[in-house]
Design a protein around this ligand. Structure first.
Ligand code: SAM
Length: 262
């Protein structure tokens, strides 16, 4: 999804469009942790959490839960929403390439294509190192990305999402104009437009972003180069029985890293 500054400073509009039920993803995270690590999950970190859907769901269920986002506006919004439903979450405004939690967590995840804002290899390696420093022994890190069949350096489908709530309606369109792709860096330069009607007021917000379009071997190599994480699993959906493959049933590219033993 990349670093769309104009969008992410308007947390309420992001939430009107993207608020969703994440219970299936939360159940998958618990199950995959149990399967790989062999014990019950106790603590989580929702990285680039935006309005904090996953952090809030875990907090509500009594897990030790942390939500981290670069944008203080998102963190403030996420905290208010969690407080409204009595979910206990630690909220942190920080850069995911350089952060230190008070205590390490068992399982961190970066959902909804949010890692694509890290465009340079060096940034990704720094991010993996920071991630590993904040994991408990044998801890896991899951990254959820668009499937390369819909988003890669040779294919970039336009996306449109819309929502409405409490007198606000909002629609966001990505890549109506095809993005410019730097084939060597593996980076798309993408335009987006958000149209909002907020209690009679109309707004059009345009933005552009750089998005890294990673391939599976690159993810593997960058983890190896970090010296701190290793790839332990691939899935094509939030379903233990769905492998990552070229079949249409494999909707997402979900990779799971594990902290290396020292
Ligand atoms: C797609 S949105 C949020 C996704 C959210 N996890 C969800 O499931 O809807 C991506 C988020 O990444 C955040 N972000 C961008 N760059 C970041 C960075 N370097 N460190 C931490 N958060 C970042 C943005 O502020 C934005 O809230």
């Amino acid at each position: 999804m990349a670093e769309h500054n104009n969008l992410y400073q308007r947390a309420i509009y992001y939430d009107v469009i993207f608020d969703r039920d994440v219970s299936r993803e939360v159940e998958f995270l618990k199950a995959v942790y149990r399967q790989i690590v062999g014990r019950e999950l106790q603590s989580v970190l929702d990285l680039a959490c935006g309005p904090g859907y996953h952090a809030r769901a875990f907090g509500k269920q009594g897990y030790r839960s942390v939500g981290l986002d670069l944008r203080p506006e998102m963190i403030e919004f996420a905290k208010d929403r969690a407080d409204e439903v009595g979910a206990v979450v630690d909220w942190v405004a920080a850069d995911m390439t350089n952060f230190r939690l008070d205590e390490p967590v068992d399982f961190a995840f970066c959902m909804f294509d949010s890692m694509d804002c890290l465009t340079a290899n060096e940034q990704i390696i720094n991010h993996f190192r920071a991630m590993s420093d904040n994991l408990t022994p044998h801890g896991l890190y899951l990254v959820d990305l668009n499937h390369p069949a819909t988003c890669s350096i040779t294919v970039y489908d336009p996306f449109c999402y819309a929502g409405q709530r409490d007198g606000i309606s909002a629609e966001i369109r990505w890549a109506d104009t095809p993005p410019t792709i730097d084939m060597v860096a593996g980076v798309a330069h993408t335009m987006l437009e958000m149209r909002v009607k907020d209690h009679g007021k109309e707004l059009v917000i345009t933005d552009q972003a750089q998005e890294r379009l990673l391939t599976p071997p690159e993810l593997q190599l960058l983890a190896d180069l970090s010296g701190t994480l290793e790839v332990v699993g691939w899935y094509g959906d939030f379903d233990l029985s769905q492998p990552f493959s070229s079949s249409p049933a494999s909707r997402r590219m979900i990779v799971i890293f594990q902290k290396r033993s020292q």
